[in-house]
Design a protein around this ligand. Structure first.
Ligand SMILES: [Zn+2]
Ligand SMILES: [Zn+2]
Length: 139
């Protein structure tokens, strides 16, 4: 029987995430390592094929994964921070703000590289990654 990653180019894709995750471990163990970087090129491809199978289940087959954006979203979901969003789209108004402190936590200029926002301007609330303002107002 073919390994699960070899089904990647078949007509239909496998759905068993456990088999995909197990195969990742199997590839690592077969190479007596616990990290991707130590794998030989052929098995790096196999490893990536398994990751692709897993990722397409989460993001869709044509999904584009921006790891920093994903990290940022996860951080907000996990940490329950921040409280409000600036018109520039970045967080502010409180601790762990992406805006500098000025007269108050996160009230100054945006610290995100490439953002030219000079001062935090409240746009909306968020709570655990969700816009909670829409729960209180209806237009
Ligand atoms: Zn801003
Ligand atoms: Zn900004």
């Amino acid at each position: 029987m073919a390994n699960i990653e070899e089904t990647i180019f078949d007509e239909g894709l496998p759905v068993n995430s456990i088999a995909m995750a197990k195969r990742l471990i199997e590839i690592l163990k077969a190479n007596k390592t616990n990290g991707y970087s130590a794998l030989p090129d052929k098995d790096k491809a196999r490893y990536k094929m398994c990751l692709w199978l897993i990722n397409q289940q989460v993001y869709g087959q044509t999904g584009i994964i921006h790891l920093y954006n994903e990290w940022e979203e996860l951080r907000i979901l996990w940490k329950g921070r921040p409280k409000s969003i600036c018109t520039c789209g970045h967080t502010g108004d409180g601790p762990n703000s992406q805006h500098a402190d000025r007269y108050g936590l996160g009230h100054g200029a945006c610290k995100v590289e490439g953002c030219n926002c000079k001062q935090f301007t409240w746009d909306k609330f968020i709570e655990k990654g969700k816009d909670v303002l829409s729960h209180y107002h209806s237009e």
